[in-house]
Design a protein around this ligand. Structure first.
Ligand SMILES: Nc1ncnc2c1ncn2[C@@H]1O[C@H](COP(=O)(O)OP(=O)(O)OP(=O)(O)O)[C@@H](O)[C@H]1O
Ligand SMILES: CC(=O)N[C@H]1[C@@H]2OC[C@@H](O2)[C@@H](O)[C@@H]1O[C@H](C)C(=O)O
Length: 369
């Protein structure tokens, strides 16, 4: 195989992420040597059309068949369009679109053809980041934690802190920046906390025909139904020790728990479920963090942020307060991870995915190879 990038030194890497909320493709440049972040570059967002989103949605939860092929086609075309404008990058990290995730059963499926993308864009592409971790007994997710470790160093953190990503699903990374490397035992603990925005998105889509509850307007006037909240927290997933991960639709039936409630009460209760599952997850942190830095779309929801501030014992702030970009952190993560994969560095470890040993997961496709 021809070498994707030079063996050492910082490179301009482009990362692309299409997340579980199926809103669009985020793309962002990171200057990184795989260990340390040297700086951040341009970013862009390419929204899915309503038609594209429904093709992707039809593929959710499926492993093979025409719906999966159609979703892969949408994913490939959207990425080719979203990434074509970035010329001065040396390598691309292409996450693809997760359609199904059951690491201990069928595995994990991210559609998108990285080899074809490499030929099309004439750049090396790293893709299929999760399969090797799953083969070695890991959850295959979350993978952003190795990037969160680099972010903690970049912002000069000296004490443990958490990154909380609130997308369709929530995931938490505890980082102890007193360690030198992310794979050092104790440097990282990570897991999916529970459903984040996906249930409230599904609720308002079904009842009100809107894709999400912008600024928590529906939830704000609602009252939390504590009975439903208690039933939710009784799910065995929350008591399980991390690492652990979820599929987008693992808690889809939660919407059923709020069926009888008004729109406002139902939305408020689903948001309270997200905040409560984060609070429960925080109990797994080895030490209290000095802050929780929130990334992902959920940080734009003031009702959710208020509930988190009430439930957690430390400062809760958007990552922007630390000089990072919460809309692009996941895309940036896959840029950074691409460089690590190309250089044979680990991308997950027992503390992040439960994998048996550190693994650098991913396929490297070099154009014309
Ligand atoms: N202003 C806002 N008010 C309320 N909610 C918002 C707002 N902006 C975004 N969101 C929520 O954030 C979601 C998108 O979050 P994000 O882009 O982080 O998801 P994702 O990356 O697709 O998911 P994941 O991290 O699970 O893969 C939207 O679907 C919506 O529910
Ligand atoms: C299987 C999969 O795609 N999981 C996603 C999803 O979205 C959020 C959460 O669930 C996290 O585990 C992961 O994404 C982020 C980017 C990660 O791997 O860190």
């Amino acid at each position: 195989m021809s070498r994707a990038i030079a063996k050492t030194g910082a490179v301009r890497a482009l990362g692309a992420m299409s997340g579980t909320s199926l809103d669009g493709v985020d793309a962002a440049v990171v200057v990184t040597d795989g260990a340390r972040i040297h700086g951040f570059g341009a970013s862009s967002y390419r929204e899915y059309s309503v038609a594209e989103r429904s093709v992707l949605r039809a593929g959710l939860g499926k492993w093979t068949g025409p719906e999966v092929e159609a979703a892969a086609g949408v994913c490939d075309a959207a990425h080719a369009a979203a990434l074509a404008g970035f010329e001065d990058v040396e390598i691309i990290g292409f996450h693809g679109q997760t359609l199904a995730h059951a690491p201990r059963l069928q595995g994990t499926l991210q559609v998108g053809d990285g080899a074809a993308l490499a030929e099309r864009l004439r750049k090396p592409v790293v893709w299929d980041f999760r399969s090797d971790d799953v083969s070695l007994g890991g959850e295959g997710a979350p993978l952003a934690p190795f990037f969160h470790f680099a972010c903690a160093k970049y912002i000069g953190a000296e004490r443990p802190l958490c990154f909380l990503n609130l997308g369709g699903v929530g995931n938490l990374t505890y980082v102890d920046p007193r360690f030198e490397r992310p794979e050092d035992p104790g440097a990282l603990l990570a897991f999916d906390t529970g459903p984040a925005n996906a249930p409230v998105n599904d609720l308002v889509q079904e009842r009100l025909g809107i894709p999400w509850d912008a600024d928590g307007k529906v939830a704000r006037s609602g009252k939390v139904e504590t009975g439903a909240l208690e039933l939710f927290l009784a799910e065995p997933y929350f008591a399980r020790m991390p690492p652990k991960s979820l599929d987008r639709n693992d808690f889809a039936e939660m919407v059923g728990l709020v069926n009888e409630l008004s729109d406002a009460d139902a939305a408020a209760t689903l948001i309270a479920m997200c905040a409560a599952s984060v609070a429960q997850g925080m109990e797994h942190c080895p030490e209290p963090p000095e802050a929780v830095l929130v990334t992902g779309g959920g940080r734009h929801n003031p009702v959710l942020m208020e509930m988190l501030r009430v439930s957690l014992d430390c400062a809760v702030k958007p990552v922007e307060d630390a000089g990072l970009d919460g809309d692009m952190l996941e895309a940036q993560a896959f840029a950074h991870l691409a460089v690590r994969v190309a250089r044979g560095m680990a991308t997950s470890c027992p503390g992040t995915t439960g994998v048996s040993a550190c693994v650098g997961g991913g396929v490297v496709s070099v154009p014309g190879a």
